[in-house]
Ligand binder design. Sequence first.
Ligand SMILES: Cc1cc2nc3c(=O)[nH]c(=O)nc-3n(C[C@H](O)[C@H](O)[C@H](O)COP(=O)(O)O)c2cc1C
Length: 151
Amino acid sequence: MTNLHEVIYVSRRAEGVTDQVVVDDIVLPAGIKNKLLEITGCLWFSRDRFLQILEGPREAVEDVYSKILADDRHYDISTVSSSPIAKRSFARWGMRSLKNSKEDRIEELIHEYAPNFGASHSPLDAPESISILEQVREYLVELATVEPATN
Ligand SMILES: Cc1cc2nc3c(=O)[nH]c(=O)nc-3n(C[C@H](O)[C@H](O)[C@H](O)COP(=O)(O)O)c2cc1C
């Protein structure tokens, strides 16, 4: 597909947004809507964090992302990356949910690189940060492949 784009962001989960809300009210409808828009991706979540990867036609991804930015079920949203990609990492999933496992590596990466991840409006571009991003993406793809789907 031409014009393939990817957005990665991290955010904080709002209070009252239970796992059931995440799975039933966010991921399920998102999966259906995304498929119609040819968007795929994953939503990783821990007790207080989200990390989402959205991939698809640029315009569609940007439209959905603008809605996500205005959603009060999360806050402190930081765009980690927004760039063209050559191929999808989550082609099989409209929106794959990934609940953090204990001592999750993503949590570690977020905390370790919080200054970078926290810089809203300035997506990562340093080579070191790009390699962290590669690690995050690879790790999530691996999780998506091995973990039983919760949605
Ligand atoms: C963490 C999080 C992730 C979301 N991911 C998606 C998504 O991948 N696709 C989507 O359509 N909506 C997603 N949403 C929901 C949107 O914010 C929005 O509520 C939804 O697109 C409904 O828009 P509509 O009112 O135009 O139908 C997400 C919301 C949150 C809080």
